[in-house]
Design a protein around this ligand. Sequence first.
Ligand SMILES: CC1=C(CCC(=O)O)c2cc3nc(cc4[nH]c(cc5[nH]c(cc1n2)c(C)c5CCC(=O)O)c(CCC(=O)O)c4C)C(CCC(=O)O)=C3C
Ligand SMILES: [Fe+2]
Length: 347
Amino acid sequence: MGYDALLWLSFGGPEGPDDVMPFLENVTRGRGVPRERLLEVAEHYRHFGGVSPINKLNRDAMAAVEKQLSAAGMDLPVHFGNRNWHPMVEDTLASLTSDGAQRVLVFPTSAYGGYSACRQYDEDIERARASVGDGAPELVKIRQFFDHPLFVSAVADGVRAAHASLGNEPGIRTVFTAHSVPDSADRASGPPSEGGRRYSRQIAEAARLVAAEAGIAEYDVVWQSRSGPPQVPWLEPDIVDHIDALHSSGVPGVVVSPIGFVSDHLEVIWDLDNEAAERAAEHGMAFARAATAGSDPRFAELVVELIREHTHGAEPRKLSSFPVAGCTVNGAPCAIGCCEPAKRPGR
Ligand SMILES: CC1=C(CCC(=O)O)c2cc3nc(cc4[nH]c(cc5[nH]c(cc1n2)c(C)c5CCC(=O)O)c(CCC(=O)O)c4C)C(CCC(=O)O)=C3C
Ligand SMILES: [Fe+2]
């Protein structure tokens, strides 16, 4: 049986100043993020007129995918739905249902496993189906793709271009970043038989693959955009602290590749292009931020290939030996214990 549509499932972001606080309240509801952190992040959004680039970046990427789908003669309309801001996934699914859709593929805009990057999108699927009620279509989620050759080569080209922009000077360190998560969430991610830490291990593996493709021997993997109360341990070190450490050890500059994200959304343009770049400048270090994969033509090609795994039984291409995960039906978890939400301290 075929599919009636592709649901492009993303995080969402505000599209004007009045959206900022309600958006942040949606993101952090029940998550124990301190009020001060919320107000601080609201300032980051206000710096850009209250508009996150994320929705436009998603719409552009969707248009690129639609173009490639129609060029391939595949009749699969693409619909946009978000977890935290309009168009909300509940509304998109309601309209797909009234259009008569019975089976829908879901592309979540994250390459990785773990609670925030994978399981929470399953929860969005469950919540949207529950809100539609009887007659909700079957929702089949597309797998994690952190080790797909098209993802790896798009990120690697971004890293190469960033080094070229600094004149390929020797000694410039390549630093990969991903969104920090509570250490407890990382430990709890993935099936226990794999030893947990599916999220950070996949990030490390993607970094290794990209560095190998770009011919980079020395690199680091660090974290960014930490929130949550300071007494709760999150993955470390933070990119800004890491720039201090590199400076102390005499490193003349950095190329920062946000490998944990698929687009240049607000956490990339604020936390890296602003905060990390500023710290590097204070130390007199060279700084270049590598592009994310989402705007590369290979990203649309990647999405179409992932779709074809479902519609044409295409063989999954992957460069690591990690198990294929994340491809679940109607928001079911990947496997017993896989990507379970971590118990959040202070909740
Ligand atoms: C792993 C991960 C990804 C990557 C996977 C994926 O891409 O899905 C990601 C993406 C994103 N995170 C984003 C924004 C925010 N994340 C927050 C808070 C949090 N993120 C977390 C993790 C992740 N986040 C966590 C553990 C929290 C703590 C609260 C909680 O447990 O939920 C907060 C609250 C304020 C703050 O504390 O920073 C905001 C505003 C945006 C949109 C940016 C834009 O608007 O352009 C995007 C794409
Ligand atoms: Fe986040």
